[in-house]
Design a protein around this ligand. Structure first.
Ligand code: PMP
Ligand code: GLN
Length: 381
């Protein structure tokens, strides 16, 4: 007998839409990956390490250079004092970081998901025997409220997954929302697993506030990050978790039996990037913000109704001005007939609703965005 959690699943919506994009020669504004590789200097640092070594198993918690660079990054941007020995674990991408964190925290209890929710959270917590309880945000404001959180938390709550900036809706939770969450957590025995992979990709001068920076929250937060998003190197799959030593010990115990460790050359490349390459990331944020604006104005002119986007790679839009189809049917028709791939939002909700929203990835070259817009314009004219 196979595990019912995984036998009930298909491939992810990202894989599905990317395959359709290839099949139909479509411009891919679906799966979120940049089409320009990150800094050459980072790739050179990694390639030097690949040739000169080390090429054997790195330490289970990650190379010391990278753990130190991550502690330095957390200090520089948020004022955190992390001990690289005890408070940092390097993983093979944020996907593994999330899996290790959920495995460390979830068992037969409950885990709160904020929907729309990234697709990897639920299957892992369910495979651990936990039950998901959902806080469903509502368009167009998608605000997190204390009342909704209190309704989802019970004495069995072990953890909450908090993704900010939030894929797919681009929400960046503000201080008021995070303070509400902190009050609810303080009254519980739960830990927050904070998926902050888009921490630097926040627009319009807004700050990214880690929940861990609020009073009392560092002790009960695990922060997950990804070098893929920071340096436009998504294929490298270098991620990390930081948090208090007592929790990180358990997270490391899970990590040691998932991958144990991550390619040493890539770790050294990212350590170099964190120390010398942050200018790239800060520029990337400006480029992405400009892409968001161009795309938003263009699709608004075609009958889509764009929603606000405060951060991440993603802009969402309401399609009801264009069609009565479900988001998924619309995306599957668009990739075939217009040659543009998008992502429907309904897979990010357990009940598949709402189904009138689509996601555009704007982490693409301007020429690619322009081509997608030209194809959409020709299709909807
Ligand atoms: N969390 C979110 C919200 C993401 O969007 C992604 C990937 N795009 C991940 C986690 C996984 O990151 P990684 O590629 O580093 O595994
Ligand atoms: N996180 C990426 C996105 O939201 C996809 C990553 C994947 O394909 N697993 O588009």
């Amino acid at each position: 007998m196979t595990n019912p959690v995984f036998s009930a699943l298909g491939t992810t919506i990202f894989t599905h839409m990317s395959a359709l994009a290839v099949q139909h020669g479509a411009v891919n504004l679906g799966q979120g990956f940049p089409d320009e590789d990150g800094p050459l200097a980072i790739r050179e640092a990694a390639s030097r390490a690949l040739i000169e070594g080390p090429n054997q198993y790195p330490p289970m918690r990650g190379r010391a250079e990278l753990r130190q660079a991550l502690a330095g990054h957390a200090k520089r941007f948020y004022g955190f004092d992390l001990n690289p020995e005890t408070d940092v674990v390097v993983t093979s991408g944020a996907t593994e970081a999330l899996t290790a964190s959920i495995m460390a925290m979830a068992s037969e209890g409950e885990v709160v998901l904020i929907e729309p929710a990234y697709d990897s959270y639920r299957p892992i917590l369910e495979a651990m025997g936990a039950k998901a309880r959902v806080v469903k945000l509502a368009a167009p404001d998608w605000r997190l409220t204390e009342a909704a959180l209190r309704a989802a938390f019970t004495p069995q709550t072990r953890a909450i997954l908090v993704n900010s900036p939030l894929n797919p809706i681009g929400r960046v939770f503000d201080r008021q929302e995070l303070e509400a969450l902190a009050r609810v957590l303080a009254d519980s025995n739960a830990v927050a697993i904070c998926d902050e992979v888009y921490e630097h990709l926040v627009f319009d001068g807004r700050p990214h506030l880690p929940l861990a920076s609020l009073p009392g929250m560092a002790e009960r937060s695990l922060r997950v990050g990804s070098a893929g998003k920071m340096f436009s190197l998504t294929g490298w799959k270098v991620g990390w978790i930081t948090g208090p030593a007592a929790l990180m010990r358990v997270v490391a115990n899970a990590h040691q039996f998932i991958t144990f460790t991550t390619s040493p050359a890539l770790q050294l490349g990212i350590a170099y990037g964190l120390e010398h390459g942050m200018e790239f990331t800060l520029n990337l944020t400006r480029t992405l913000q400009a892409n968001r604006d161009v795309l938003r104005d263009a699709i608004a002119g075609l009958g889509f109704k764009p929603l606000a986007c405060e951060g991440s790679y993603f802009l969402t839009a309401d399609i009801r001005g264009l069609t009565n189809e479900s988001d998924r049917d619309f995306c599957e028709r668009l990739v075939r007939e217009a040659g543009v791939a998008l992502i429907p939002l309904s897979p990010f909700f357990a009940d598949g609703k709402p189904d009138n929203l689509v996601r555009f990835a704007f982490c693409k070259k301007r020429a690619v965005i322009d081509e997608a817009v030209a194809r959409l314009r020709a299709f909807f004219k």
